[in-house]
Write a protein that binds this ligand. Structure first.
Ligand SMILES: NC(=O)c1ccc[n+]([C@@H]2O[C@H](COP(=O)([O-])OP(=O)(O)OC[C@H]3O[C@@H](n4cnc5c(N)ncnc54)[C@H](OP(=O)(O)O)[C@@H]3O)[C@@H](O)[C@H]2O)c1
Length: 342
């Protein structure tokens, strides 16, 4: 694996919700950078962004020359990744891609830092960052899998609107304003439909039991990511995953309620011991349950509501919450970039 001591870094999608978080995390972690390039669409070209590495003018992805870039952090959507990531990789960059474009490609490692770091060694130019919901639950499932072998996982997500980027945040804010003048109608009925078609139903004061778009046999693409990416990350094809992905009116932080069963019985004491010492997470007890407001802006995944399963004994139930823009996306990408440092 090619490593770097003082790399030239590019952020593609630098003006987005994830891209701006990538930049601030690179700054916070004092990532060694010889030259930083910020790239977005023609809409942002010429904008100047102030950074630790100076004032940087945003470049246009369509016309950019990737020569000289050592590490490229891609976060501009799957279509852009499919078109441009191979171009950057063939120009010599190690690409860390935040979209779903290459995640299930057999030649591309799918890596959750602190869970399956060693997988990055096999990369051939492109490394995939997992889906934000999968990433959060893998931080808890990974250590338990290493201890006891994960066999079955029922998982229901509670996904925030920042998972849809800046547009999702703006949509929730505008719908809250829209409904504020008609709060009584939210109880009695008769409310007016808000503007916007980002989600199939209003998101403010509501819960949408369908996150993503319907893909195969009635499950959404988000739900299939949870199935397929979990198996790839944990390197076990026969893990049975039963997913439901739900969008909730939360600005930031994806929560997952999961029940897991293993190759053998896991009791509460063992789960506490495993998760209490797992990296990148905090185990909370029921005196202060972890919520999205607690996880916003922090690096750790928060895990709580830990208990032994009662319907099908022998397993563990828990709730995990993580900042989807940080560990769910930007932080993990930067942690993978750190694995590429000499
Ligand atoms: N939000 C999350 O929690 C999350 C988590 C994991 C993965 N992701 C993935 O990360 C990617 C970005 O998500 P986001 O939430 O940051 O979205 P966002 O806030 O909508 O930002 C999108 C970024 O992509 C750029 N972009 C869009 N179209 C482009 C084009 N034709 N050419 C070049 N750049 C273009 C935008 O540039 P302009 O500002 O110039 O339009 C912007 O920088 C997506 O692939 C998403 O699936 C997001």
């Amino acid at each position: 694996m090619k490593t770097f001591s003082n790399p030239s870094v590019a952020i593609v999608g630098a003006t987005g919700a994830v891209g701006t978080t990538m930049l601030s995390i690179l700054e916070e972690r004092v990532f060694p950078i010889s030259d930083l390039r910020l790239i977005a669409s023609s809409r942002s070209v010429g904008n100047v962004i102030e950074t630790t590495w100076g004032s940087i003018v945003v470049e246009d992805l369509d016309t950019v020359d990737p020569a000289g870039v050592d590490i490229a952090l891609f976060s501009a959507g799957g279509a852009r990744s499919l078109e441009y990531a191979p171009h950057f990789a063939s120009a010599g960059a190690s690409v860390i891609d935040n979209s779903s474009a290459f995640r299930m490609d057999d030649t591309v490692p799918l890596v959750v830092a602190q869970v399956n770091d060693e997988a990055i060694r096999s990369h051939e130019g492109i490394i995939a960052n997992p889906n934000c919901t999968t990433m959060v639950i893998m931080m808890a499932a990974g250590p338990l899998h290493a201890a006891a072998g994960l066999r079955t996982m029922f998982a229901t997500s509670y996904q925030s609107v920042s998972g849809s980027g800046h547009t999702g945040i703006a949509q929730l804010a505008s719908e809250i304003d829209h409904f504020d003048s008609q709060r009584s109608n939210l109880v009695t009925g008769g409310w007016d439909e808000p503007d916007g078609d980002l989600y199939t139903r209003p998101i403010a004061y509501n819960v949408l039991p369908l996150a993503g778009s319907i893909a195969v046999v009635g499950y959404t693409d988000e739900e299939w990511k949870l199935v397929n990416e979990s198996r790839k990350i944990l390197d076990r094809d026969d893990i049975a995953v039963e997913p439901t992905c739900v969008r909730v009116p939360v600005m930031d932080g994806h929560g997952i309620s999961a029940s897991m069963w293993f190759d053998r019985r896991v009791d509460l004491d063992e789960a506490v011991a495993v998760l209490g010492s797992a990296p990148g997470m905090q185990l909370w007890d029921d005196t202060k349950v972890p919520t999205p407001l607690d996880s916003a802006g922090i690096d750790d995944i928060l895990v709580g509501r830990l208990r032994e399963t009662i319907g099908f004994p022998g397993g563990i139930s828990l709730f995990a919450i993580g900042d989807n823009l940080r560990k769910g996306a930007a932080l993990n990408a930067v942690q993978l970039a750190e694995l590429l440092l000499a």
